[in-house]
Design a protein around this ligand. Structure first.
Ligand SMILES: [Zn+2]
Length: 280
């Protein structure tokens, strides 16, 4: 199946009040597992590479080539997205490689600067049909939308979307990044209000800290793209650790990465049901 644009997956899902799983890739095994999990669920999916993951690999092109090739061989629609890019240069490189969307994160900048820089990235991306997600910073906490106490102001969010032209907005409703436990308290009333006020699909970051029932509830209240990274790593590493512990003589990397990959695929299928992902 050809690569699918992120907007082509997210827009109809938002209209149908369903969730789109956007899962972060670090190793190639993540990409294979996420696609296999989406195929088993019969739902579209978004593969994301973050600027941090690119830094780990030392360059975007090699891991991007693997992710794009994996997406193109999928039996369900798959989009490839650049997550949390702070560098316009990295955005341009991703667009050149064939990414369908980017999340440009200028949330560390003051509001006016964030608007100016984000609008410029949106203009360049839209010229080639690339969908852009962005976020508002400094809403009640120094970590922007990712601080647990931070909350997005609906009026400011609507103004930000109008003045930047972004296609989706990451909002602060109670999650934070890399949460070790799944006990975040989400503000469902705020999600519903943002859904009414903001004219583009909403994105939840830090979703690994949210219990299953609350993820479903968030989607029912109007959250659409749900970013999940830490939860897959928790499952991957757990399977690897159990496999290595069971056989201390094991040396072939395929013998422990393989079980990790299988476990991640099953978790992706399960999470896509939790998110009420649409049929492919
Ligand atoms: Zn994030």
């Amino acid at each position: 199946m050809p690569l699918t644009g992120t907007g082509a997956i997210v827009t109809p899902a938002a209209e149908a009040t369903r969730g789109v799983g956007a899962f972060n890739v670090i190793q190639i095994e993540h990409a294979q597992a996420i696609v296999a999990g989406a195929e088993a669920a019969g739902s579209p999916v978004v593969l994301q590479l973050s600027e941090n993951a690119v830094r780990y690999h030392g360059a975007l092109a090699p891991i991007a080539a693997a992710v794009l090739a994996t997406a193109r061989t999928a039996a369900v629609p798959v989009a490839v997205h650049l997550d949390h890019a702070t560098s316009p240069g990295l955005v341009a490189e991703a667009v050149g490689l064939g990414f369908g969307s980017v999340m440009f994160d200028a949330s560390a900048l003051p509001y006016g600067e964030n608007v100016r820089v984000t609008a410029a990235v949106v203009e360049r991306c839209h010229a080639t049909g690339v969908w852009v997600e962005a976020e508002l910073g400094e809403v009640g906490g120094k970590d922007g939308v990712h601080a647990p106490g931070a909350r997005t102001d609906p009026a400011e969010a609507a103004a930000f979307v109008a003045s930047t032209g972004v296609d989706a907005l990451a909002v602060a409703v109670g999650t934070s990044h890399a949460m070790p436990t799944r006990d975040a308290v989400l503000d469902f009333g705020l999600i519903a209000e943002l859904r009414r006020t903001v004219p583009v699909p909403l994105v939840l970051h830090g979703s690994s800290g949210v219990a299953d029932a609350h993820l479903t509830h968030a989607v029912e209240h109007g959250m659409t793209k749900v970013n999940i990274a830490t939860q897959l790593n928790r499952v991957f590493t757990g399977a690897v650790r159990r496999t290595l512990a069971a056989d201390p003589a094991l040396v072939d990397t395929r013998r422990y990465l393989g079980p990790g990959r299988t476990a991640v695929a099953q978790e992706v299928t399960r999470l896509l049901h939790v998110l009420k992902a649409p049929p492919a």
